[in-house]
Design a protein around this ligand. Sequence first.
Ligand SMILES: [Zn+2]
Ligand SMILES: [Zn+2]
Ligand SMILES: [Zn+2]
Ligand SMILES: [Zn+2]
Ligand SMILES: [Zn+2]
Ligand SMILES: [Zn+2]
Length: 488
Amino acid sequence: MTELDKSASTSQLNESSSEAGSDPAFLSKSLSLPASYVDRIPKYLSSAVVIINGNVSAQDKENPGSVDSELVTPTSSVSESDESNGRGSPPPPGHINSQNYLTFTESSDALLSITELTEVISSCQESILKSEECSEERRWLVRRLIELRYRLAVAKETLNQENQSPISETRVLRGHHFSLQKRSVATAKAMKFCERCCRAIWTVLVSWYECLDCGYECHIKCIENTVRICANVKRAEKPQYETNICPETNLAEQNYKCAECKSTINFRSTWQEPRLCDYAGKYYCPLCHWNTMMVSPARVIHNWDFNAYPVCRASYQLLTLKLHKPLISLEKLNPRLFGLLDELGRIKKLREDILVLKRYLITCRIALEKNLAWKFCQKRRYFLEDADRYSLQDLIDIKNGALESILEGIHNNLTKHVKVDCEICRGRGYRCELCDNKTIIFPFDSGIDTCSKCKTAYHHKCWHGARECRKCERIRKWSVVSVDSDDS
Ligand SMILES: [Zn+2]
Ligand SMILES: [Zn+2]
Ligand SMILES: [Zn+2]
Ligand SMILES: [Zn+2]
Ligand SMILES: [Zn+2]
Ligand SMILES: [Zn+2]
């Protein structure tokens, strides 16, 4: 039994009704909860105590829906998605009273223990009996009762499982590395859904499993039914993106079965409606495809289309794992984009300049000691390897204008070291040998061209009028002289 489950019985609550209020010390004592827990939810529990006893304080009467805004619980965040099917829409105004208040305050029951849930269910049943037949209020209360009973069933079932056999802390299944996550109040903020059964994971009531590699989360009871291969395993098997836009197969080819769990799908029932994954191009059942919206790499590469399209859960996890990996050689895959979009040309130049700057920094003792090149490219180290590979996030950042300023920042920092801060690097600049201008120039300055063989820098206009690179010319002449002297 946990602290949560040891909470006070009705008799305890009734005995101390006069003390009921928002005093954390009282709540801690009467509900057998740790003081730290009570501190975080004084309003919920004080309300619970008050309502179970049928005495609502003046403040609660005036403001029945008041909940601690800091503590956003799973139910409150699910209500948004539930709105479309009507389950989560707010109760009709005027239907909240002192008897059913707790039944209606969504946020509070996510934190209730089994004992408290039982209390709330019986109070909800009483309210139903008192409500007018066929009224909107009754309809509401019945729905609520079903939801509360479901929650109670989940909590009991999981508790039974946990009590029956010790649950292992880690499990390896279908490539997932599952780690047992212990129930806690701290996790109440983020709404979690089971990847197998789609239902909410009430992290305050139950423990659950999470894959450390791909983030797959499921109920303890659902782990044995896991069918999805870990997205991290799939990424290792096929590191590259699918570059065909929604390579759609038809339902008959899939034998009218979900591509993941193989359950039957058809358009006659909304529970079995086939949902197309825009990335994988296959049809999935609603349990394996939650209409999660993602940017499609193939659509970006071919159409420069950054709209989000619905994908199945497996594709969502795979795309999330690959988002920051430099997997897209954009110029090879779609060279015409560089002619159409000016920003791509500017970004390519910046990335090429960064590679030239890197040549200075990896031959400079001071820069190496400070690890300068890597320090400035922390999250995108591949910028120091080549100028063509982009991650999907890079392309999204090109579209929203963020990448150009990131690259300019890196460029400016590296240039400052070479041209201002460091004497060694400054000494490696060039004087244009094709004109009389004696200012020091660097290959990454604007208006500078370099010899493709020896990398010597020249002014753009001088280089275009020249027949040959001066340095290469000298090397050629010396080699002729040394060959001649060897012969004689
Ligand atoms: Zn589940
Ligand atoms: Zn996994
Ligand atoms: Zn399925
Ligand atoms: Zn230096
Ligand atoms: Zn010149
Ligand atoms: Zn040259």
